[in-house]
Design a protein around this ligand. Structure first.
Ligand SMILES: C[S@@+](CC[C@H](N)C(=O)[O-])C[C@H]1O[C@@H](n2cnc3c(N)ncnc32)[C@H](O)[C@@H]1O
Length: 368
């Protein structure tokens, strides 16, 4: 190791390459990859695992410097066995330096292709955090995930998933994305749909515990459920969407046809409210952001997949937007609505578009 630096993240000391990414999507700039902006992503793993009621063996399968694995081993009190794995031999010195810097006995370095790791060992929590798409690694991750284990998957290929590269999304995820106000919600649901379909091939299903979009990536944590009946139940939650860009009307169906041509998407919950209720943000690296996001995730309505944007309505109706909080309160007076973590100007609701428009038009004090 040469040209290294030490930083503190959460309660953990991290030894990392002096030259490293400060933000944006993953690209190796130093000897081994490290991105400061992903501190929030690692914080969420720590919050997530602290909220489990029992200890599970953890595999951080694409760990690079070992940052996430070492943070979990150091900051999750019941983490007894954490494997920090990376295929890159240059990672091993960083992983070991980080284990030593934090005086850890519950974390071990591994230098295997994750497909080999997961053919040799099974874990209760499997984390996949690749450059770009997780698709090439999902099969291996499922194999390494023990009975009723947890899979945590990051996707940084947001452009295809959010519809900027439709053909690439169709090739890679076998799903048609939607551009515009719904793009991130539906991008996340394409990732989850791919996971559901891959699990079903192994007669396994899934129950999402936490799924979100942040910065430049999507992330989902799911509890794997076992058996053909659970696989079928999971597949029954896949949907296709009809979206008319002219009228802004959107609806969904379980059947694919010429009208319902977008998708398939995961149409079930993004989160488990019980798991979210058990998570706390104290002593994470970005405590304030973690607290704010936890609140948004907890309050987000999770019964419908539809998201709207207030600026979408504003340009469609040619009426300047009302204050977001007042508008969501007014929607809630006649149906269910909430803000969403996806975007500060977006909201979710189970109301029909005509009712949303009626409420929008009725908001006081704006020029027409
Ligand atoms: C985006 S980086 C991971 C960053 C890390 N999780 C963090 O929070 O800093 C992706 C890593 O995956 C590793 N990788 C790529 N293919 C792999 C494979 N087949 N098995 C294990 N690791 C792999 C790369 O060497 C790289 O270090």
């Amino acid at each position: 190791m040469s040209d290294i630096t030490e930083i503190a993240e959460g309660r953990t000391r991290l030894i990392i390459p002096a030259e490293h990414s400060k933000g944006g999507p993953g690209k190796r700039t130093g000897q081994v990859f490290f991105n400061e902006q992903m501190a929030f992503n690692r914080d969420v793993s720590v919050m997530f695992l602290r909220a489990l009621d029992k200890d599970v063996p953890v595999a951080d399968a694409m760990t690079a410097t070992g940052s996430r694995a070492v943070r979990i081993a150091n900051e999750v009190s019941n983490a007894a066995d954490v494997v920090a794995n990376d295929i890159d031999p240059a990672s091993v010195d960083f992983i070991n330096a980080n284990i030593e810097a934090n005086g850890l006995r519950n974390c071990r370095a591994s230098n295997r292709d994750l497909n080999i790791l997961f053919s040799e060992e099974r874990f209760g929590y499997v984390d996949i955090d690749p450059f770009g798409s997780p698709i090439p690694y999902i099969h291996g991750a499922i194999r390494g995930c023990g009975r009723n284990g947890i899979l945590a998957i990051t996707a940084t290929d947001t452009a295809p998933l959010a519809g900027a590269h439709r053909a690439k999304c169709e090739r890679r995820y076998q799903s048609r994305p939607i551009k515009g106000a719904m793009c991130h919600e539906m991008g996340l649901r394409i990732l989850m749909c791919s996971l559901a379909k891959e699990l079903a091939k192994a007669d396994r299903g899934m129950e999402p515990l936490l799924s979100f979009y942040a910065d430049h990536y999507f992330r989902t944590y799911v509890r794997v459920t076992e058996g053909a009946a659970n696989a079928d139940k999971t597949l029954s939650k896949l949907i296709y969407v009809k979206y008319d860009g002219k009228t802004r009307e959107r609806s969904y169906s379980c059947e694919h046809d010429r009208e319902y041509q977008y998708g398939p998407f995961w149409g079930g919950n993004l989160h488990s409210s019980a798991h979210l209720a058990s998570m706390t943000s104290d002593s994470t690296a970005e405590e304030k952001r973690c607290g704010k996001m936890l609140e948004l995730w907890r309050n987000e309505i999770d019964t419908v997949p539809f998201i709207y944007d207030i600026s979408e309505l504003s340009s469609f109706l040619k009426i300047s937007p009302p204050p977001m909080d007042d508008f969501v309160d007014s929607l809630n007076a006649i149906g269910k609505a909430s803000k969403t973590h996806m975007c500060p100007t977006s909201f979710k609701t189970d109301l029909d578009l005509k009712d949303i428009i009626a409420v929008y038009r009725s908001m006081p004090g704006r020029e027409m």
